[in-house]
Design a protein around this ligand. Structure first.
Ligand SMILES: Nc1nc2c(c(=O)[nH]1)N[C@H]1C(S)=C(S)[C@@H](COP(=O)(O)OP(=O)(O)OC[C@H]3O[C@@H](n4cnc5c(=O)[nH]c(N)nc54)[C@H](O)[C@@H]3O)O[C@H]1N2
Ligand SMILES: Nc1nc2c(c(=O)[nH]1)N[C@H]1C(S)=C(S)[C@@H](COP(=O)(O)OP(=O)(O)OC[C@H]3O[C@@H](n4cnc5c(=O)[nH]c(N)nc54)[C@H](O)[C@@H]3O)O[C@H]1N2
Ligand code: SF4
Ligand SMILES: [Mo]
Length: 683
């Protein structure tokens, strides 16, 4: 008889689905979405519906290995765990002694969103060691800082509330591709008469299904937001009562937006002035109206301030008052667990340095590996991430990874581009094989998963590997012996009302538990009566950084650069991938081997649909297949990302083109401010 077990999808996705897995004789035979999970609602995205293919792939890494070829070549030999762990511990000890412990750099992101395997025992380990700390900015830092500047808190509108909306704006949000479990709520709202608009330089499937699509110039959203405010304030359509009670800086904003008349904003954004006026009026007068802002907007040079301005729109029109209003960028701040107890930053005091260690920005990995001194990075431990594919300025990242004097450890499930650069490669479990606790960034359910399947070969979880390494290093503090359950209990030991009272026993019984954000059955309206997290407790309308200048790498930016590289490249998410996680799949690889361009730009280069093209700038070049399909306007090209670099003909992935320049706020990569040229490949 097949047995039914429960799990949680750990991928870096807002939806954090509850899973049901059918297991026969220890082997998973079917994976489905939980029907009783209020957001998952019984279905999965395409990429995870076939996750068992990954689970049982013959390409899974099953044993510890040591590199025998050149760095990047990918030749390894099997070794035992004892040899692997001793080698890593000896090398780290030696490097710390000779160059200082800060010459060791952990590098991780969200390969798993589990608290324990994402940032638990590893954090304790590196704190105790006195390693450099990693500033984890690669994805969302610009948007987080932008939201904080505006509102001081980041409690996004619950997905369940979208059914009450009358106007839903997907702003830089590819909902059907990257957040598909929000879609049924939007469908229901539309059935009840709501309008659905998209603001995106790319006409994704959402754009094609929208009532209106606004094909904005890349990186110009701040100008658009200020233009909408110009109309809203100019026509007195703002909620004066809400603004008066719960915001500061209105007069400064009123002055500022005078400069953003629709004619000027049309020139800056490419959106016709009449559309700007109509959108502003409709947004201000339709109640409730909600904005689904996703992270696409903030991956540009002015992306942080753009998010800041967009977050102020619901303040201006008072839409935080009602269920189905407001804005959702992320819900993750609701998960007010005891992270400090999990990560134990105080362990840094026990390291040989005895102080807080330096912070290295993960988005500047190219610089960290090649240029950083005091001390130079001599060892890197990579887990939950594939920087050789996903970090900007890939050719410089790769140059760093190939330094003969750099000792690199990689914890991986598959032989990624980064794994190819490891000195020691350690095989890890998948989320179906280990215990973890999960937050979400697109809903408010805290979830627990126990192992549903046995760990294959000699794979171990990140938690176990760092626990073992701590032992090898001689770290004797009892926290290094904590079990997974100990760590979960620590996380739940929070006095915050959203979490207080939720227990491990309850999670074991129920698997998903709604945070205590509001009375059961009532909507969570954190800002209905102000209550913002800024020092003043009010939303900040008057900040001076809300002034638009075009990104250097954009059509209105450096004309000198644009003369050589006239096209704006957007390397946004592929619908059927998870960043580079499924880069080993042949179908995913085909999908990410594409470059969308418009007929006019293609014709000017004698390119027809299906031609092989070379996309290039001074940082690198990438070979792709042209899709002349009308999803982008003139001047924009789009590559669904992120492909494994080693799968492309010249070994360079899309991030060979992206810049090291950081966003205006938060220090994230400006992935989508990227000028390129495209040419047809010779026959
Ligand atoms: N299928 C799939 N799902 C995923 C992922 C994946 O790789 N594939 N990745 C996961 C991760 S890590 C994240 S962070 C989330 C991100 O989810 P999203 O933020 O939705 O993903 P992006 O593709 O970065 O950007 C969303 C949209 O923003 C648009 N965009 C780009 N530049 C601009 C701009 O300047 N202005 C405006 N208005 N729009 C712009 C893009 O064209 C894209 O359609 O998705 C998660 N889910
Ligand atoms: N050009 C361009 N570049 C981008 C983006 C883009 O849109 N365009 N998106 C950016 C964004 S938003 C993000 S978040 C980053 C994502 O960058 P990464 O966080 O590096 O994400 P992935 O490429 O999904 O790689 C995660 C890796 O973790 C591994 N993994 C999964 N579970 C575990 C585990 O339990 N333990 C260990 N040790 N490993 C595990 C997977 O096998 C996978 O290889 O990429 C960024 N890079
Ligand atoms: S990737 Fe997202 S949509 Fe797909 S199963 Fe995981 S959480 Fe759900
Ligand atoms: Mo991300």
């Amino acid at each position: 008889m097949p047995e039914i077990r429960h799990s949680v999808c750990a991928l870096d996705c807002p939806d954090a689905c509850g899973l049901v897995i059918q297991v026969e004789n220890g082997v998973g035979s079917k994976l489905r979405g939980r029907a009783d999970h209020p957001i998952t609602r019984g279905f999965l995205c395409g990429k995870v519906a076939k996750y068992l293919e990954r689970e049982y792939s013959p390409d899974r890494l099953l044993y510890p290995q040591r590199r025998v070829g050149a760095k990047g070549e990918g030749r390894f030999e099997r070794i035992s765990w004892d040899v692997a762990l001793d080698t890593v511990a000896d090398k780290l000890k030696g490097i710390a002694e000779e160059f200082g412990s800060e010459s060791i750099l952990p590098y991780s992101y969200a390969g798993t969103m589990g608290f324990l395997n994402g940032g638990g025992m590893d954090r304790r380990f590196f704190h105790r060691l006195g390693a450099s700390r990693l500033d984890r900015t690669i994805c969302s830092a610009a948007g987080m800082v932008g939201t904080n500047e505006a509102l001081g808190s980041r409690y996004g509108t619950e997905p369940e509330q979208f059914v009450h909306s009358k106007l839903i704006i997907a702003w830089g949000a590819n909902i059907l591709g990257t957040n598909v479990h929000l879609w049924p709520f939007i469908v229901e709202a539309r059935r009840k008469g709501a309008k659905f608009y998209t603001i995106d330089p790319v006409k994704t499937r959402n754009g094609r299904l929208a009532d209106k699509h606004f094909g904005v110039y890349p990186g110009s959203d701040l100008a658009l937001a200020l233009g909408l405010m110009h109309v809203i304030i100019g026509e007195n359509l703002h909620d004066a009562d809400y603004v008066e009670r719960y915001a500061t800086g209105f007069e400064a904003l009123r002055e500022r937006v005078k400069k953003y008349a629709p004619e000027r904003v049309e020139a800056l954004t490419g959106i016709p002035r009449d559309d700007i006026v109509a959108l502003a009026r409709e947004y201000a007068t339709t109640r409730p109206a909600v904005i689904r802002l996703n992270y696409g907007v903030q991956r540009s040079e002015r992306g942080g301030s753009a998010v800041q301005a967009i977050s102020l729109l619901p303040v201006l029109v008072g839409s935080f008052r009602n269920a189905g209003g407001g804005i959702q960028l992320s819900t993750s701040q609701g998960f007010q667990v005891n992270r400090a107890g999990l990560e134990m930053p105080e362990l840094q005091k026990l390291s040989t340095l005895g102080r807080e260690t330096r912070l290295v920005n993960m988005s500047s990995l190219a610089e960290a590996l090649n240029d950083l001194d005091g001390p130079r990075v001599k060892a890197m431990v990579v887990y939950n991430s594939n920087p050789a594919a996903i970090a900007p300025s890939q050719n410089r990242v790769r140059m760093g990874l190939r330094r003969p004097d750099l000792f690199t450890v990689v914890l991986e499930q598959f032989q990624t581009d980064t794994a190819d650069h490891a000195d020691i490669l350690l095989p890890v479990t998948t989320f179906l094989e280990h215990t973890d606790l999960y937050l979400a960034y697109g809903h408010y359910y805290l979830q627990l998963a126990r192992p549903a399947l046995p760990a294959p070969g000699e794979t171990k979880s990140n938690v176990e590997i760092f626990r073992l390494l701590a032992g090898r290093m001689g770290f004797e503090e009892p926290c290094f012996l904590d079990s997974e359950d100990d760590m979960i209990r620590t996380l739940l030991a929070s006095d915050h009302p959203y979490v207080k009272g939720i227990t491990l026993e309850q999670l074991d019984r129920e698997q998903f538990v709604r945070l205590h954000i509001s009375e059961p059955g009532t909507p969570f309206l954190p800002f209905a009566e102000g209550g913002f997290g800024t020092p003043s407790g009010k939303a900040e309308l008057g900040k001076d950084n809300l002034e638009y200048t075009a990104p250097v790498e954009s059509r209105l930016g450096s004309q000198e650069l644009r003369a050589r590289y006239p096209l704006e490249l957007i390397s946004s998410k592929n619908d059927d991938s998870m960043n580079s996680t499924f880069g080993n799949r042949a179908d995913t690889d085909r999908q990410t081997d594409r470059l969308a361009m418009c007929a006019e730009d293609a014709a000017a280069r004698a390119i027809v649909n299906g031609d092989r093209v070379r996309v290039f700038n001074e940082r690198g070049s990438c070979l792709l297949t042209a899709d002349v399909d009308g999803v982008v306007n003139a001047g924009v090209v789009r590559a669904p990302s992120v492909r494994w670099s080693k799968k492309s003909a010249n070994g360079q992935g899309i991030n060979a083109l992206t810049a090291e320049r950081l966003t205006d706020l938060g220090g994230s990569p400006a992935f989508y401010s990227c000028l390129v040229q495209v040419e047809r490949c010779g026959d």
